[in-house]
Ligand binder design. Structure first.
Ligand code: UDP
Length: 363
């Protein structure tokens, strides 16, 4: 297959602004190339591809970034800035996609989804968030009624945000296991990883660390400065240890020393890459029973699922975290979320869309 991939219009690849989509894209491209497919990537200027994904052809596009949907009101109208990066990326993808089999869109936005109705080449969409916009959800509903195979989701629980899709296509996510080293550190610190932004609920994890009189190591890009400052002020100095945004190689080395990862999102997390990255290092996870993490974590085997928004429930499970066999955490990733498994799921899905489009074109 020849696949043209459209990246996120929120930030350049390796900036951290695109969140989990950045890692998903690198891992998917690596998996597709390994299977012998041809992949072109259209991404914002300054983007870099990592590991073996660097062998894909990368096209840089300049322009004004989109505002992330999770930081807008649900009923906001769609805005497309002058010199739009997103429309530039779509234009580029269509130009190079003329001879390709399919365009694969990873941006959660209106324009690429609407394009599905208006060009001959099929466009597939990996929906990377729950329902964060009224207009986008309605558009997905509309396009889905004509192109039922063109949307895929990371988890079943994410797809529930789109109830008009009765049998959603679930593709999971993939991680390059060679990038994560298993560490057997039962007495390490507590960790938290993610974009520092309100939907990620860092304050609840800090509450737990504070209650235990321990530091909480925090890795990730500070996307909302005022939110970070507010949390800093809520707790005694030194409870939050800000570690900044690290590349995967460094992140996994440090994360692997933790005795547990706390994962406390307030929204319906589509998947939760950081949960799987912790598990890949052998770190059990205590998370709220909500969104993607509740589908990933096996309660009592690879971590614990606490009652949503109940900090005491988190605390209770942290106290028994050493009951978890760290090897089981790593094993779960090997058996469920490798690059190979993910690429297979995506190839299977894309083949179906191409087939359907051929049938439509011939009738
Ligand atoms: N991440 C990283 N370095 C850091 C902290 C986070 O590379 O120091 C990456 C992490 O590997 C993950 C992403 O940020 O892929 C966060 O993705 P997740 O799915 O957990 O949440 P999202 O940001 O997409 O909501």
């Amino acid at each position: 297959m020849h696949i043209v991939l459209i990246s996120t219009p929120i930030g350049f690849l390796s900036s951290g602004k695109g969140g989990g989509v950045e890692l998903t894209l690198n891992s998917l491209v690596t998996g597709l190339l390994k299977k012998g497919h041809k992949v072109d990537v259209v991404a914002p200027k300054n983007s870099k591809l990592k590991d073996a994904s660097g062998n894909a052809k990368l096209y840089h596009v300049e322009g004004e970034e989109q505002k992330s949907w999770q930081h807008q009101d649900f009923y906001s109208l769609v805005t497309i800035p002058d010199n739009s990066l997103l429309s530039g990326m779509i234009e580029k993808a269509i130009a190079i996609g003329k001879n390709a089999d399919i365009i694969l869109n990873l941006s959660y936005d209106w324009l690429p989804i609407w394009m599905t109705l208006n060009i001959d080449i099929p466009i597939a969409h990996i929906i990377s968030m729950g329902s964060e916009s009224f207009v986008i959800s309605n558009l997905i509903s509309n396009v889905h009624s004509k192109y039922p195979y063109n949307f895929a989701f990371h988890s079943k629980i994410q797809a529930l945000d789109y109830p008009f899709i009765k049998n959603p296509i679930i593709i999971g996510n993939g991680f390059q296991l060679g990038n994560y080293e298993f560490q057997d550190c039962k007495n390490g610190p507590l960790g938290w990883v993610g974009r520092v932004a309100p939907e990620k609920g860092l304050e609840d994890a800090a509450y737990v660390a504070n209650a235990l009189g321990e530091k909480l190591k925090v890795w990730g890009i500070v996307q909302d400065e005022s939110y970070a400052l507010k949390i800093e002020k809520m707790f005694s100095p030194g409870i939050l240890e800000w570690k900044g945004f690290l590349e995967t190689e460094e992140l996994q080395k440090e994360l692997g020393t933790c005795r547990a990862l706390l994962n406390t999102p307030k929204w319906n997390e589509a998947y939760g890459n950081v949960v799987v990255e912790a598990l890949a290092c052998g770190v059990p996870v205590v998370a709220y029973k909500r969104g993607g993490p509740s589908e990933i974590i096996e309660h009592g085997k690879t971590g614990y699922l606490a009652k949503p928004d109940d900090k005491e429930s988190l605390l209770g499970y942290l106290k028994i975290i050493n009951k978890i066999e760290r090897k089981s955490c790593r094993e779960w990733v090997e058996n469920n979320a490798s690059t190979n498994i993910f690429a297979n799921n995506v190839v299977h899905w894309l083949s179906k869309i191409i087939e359907e489009k051929q049938v439509q074109n011939s009738t």
